[in-house]
Ligand binder design. Structure first.
Ligand code: URA
Length: 236
């Protein structure tokens, strides 16, 4: 199999992050440096190291849902010293990492795993996994704003893909938005494009897995049905 796939299978990084490890010269195969793409390995015969340590396929795969509080970064480490989501999953004895990302100031559902192939499948644009957000906004949307958001608005010089938009009629202006792209600060920018500021943003579902009543800062294992739902998604 491809070297980057093997590294992902070992739970060291997602397949794309594994490619970066290879390119930065941190990977050897049978003692020789491999810093180019295209290397194939035999998982039963070859010895692969990352940063000098021999890696082996994970014996147990983890798939969890974390309710990320705001003011946590969704990276494994942070060079600004901010709290990372890794601090909230310390009780798991495996090298799990976030599947996709949420902004520092966004809360809600974050899937984490040590299964690189799974992480790759869920985040790959061709799989178009739906993500549902609830945004508290500075003013209620006009019907025309909703229509624009549904059809696609221009952010960073490019139109967004069609979205589902539903205003929630509570005490404070809130909107539920479903998107399948993962562009930088996408929901905030979409709402800004129609003249509304986001005061708080929470992700409540990913590919049919819902946050439910999981308390902030806590995690739970995904059920087999949830894992299969995420694995089985295909381009719409
Ligand atoms: N859109 C945003 O603006 N922020 C997130 O964290 C996710 C989607």
């Amino acid at each position: 199999m491809r070297l980057q796939k093997y590294i992902a299978l070992c739970g060291v990084a997602s397949r794309r992050a594994a490619e970066r490890l290879i390119e930065s010269g941190r990977v050897t195969v049978n003692g020789g440096l491999v810093d180019y793409m295209g290397c194939e390995v035999d998982e039963n015969a070859d010895e692969v190291t990352v940063d000098g340590k021999v890696i082996k396929p994970e014996s147990r795969l983890y798939y969890i849902a974390l309710n990320k509080p705001k003011n946590y970064v969704t990276t494994v480490s942070d060079n600004l010293g901010r709290p990372t989501v890794m601090e909230l999953v310390r009780d798991i004895d495996a090298r799990i990492y976030p599947v996709g990302r949420l902004d520092f100031d966004t809360s809600g559902l974050l899937i984490m795993t040590n299964d690189g192939a799974f992480a790759n499948a869920v985040t790959h644009p061709s799989h178009a996994v739906d993500k549902v957000y609830i945004a508290r906004i500075s003013r209620p949307l006009e019907k025309s704003d909703e229509i624009r958001l549904r059809g696609g608005v221009e952010i960073d010089g490019r139109l967004t893909a069609p979205a589902k938009v539903e205003q929630l009629h509570g005490r404070i202006p809130e909107v539920k938005i479903t998107i399948h792209e993962g562009r930088n600060r996408q929901v905030r920018k979409m709402l800004e494009a129609v003249g509304s500021d986001v005061l708080a943003l929470k992700r409540v579902a990913v590919g049919g897995v819902t946050l439910g009543n999981l308390p902030e800062g806590k995690w739970r294992h995904l059920s087999d049905a949830e894992i299969n739902k995420l694995k089985g998604r295909r381009k719409k």
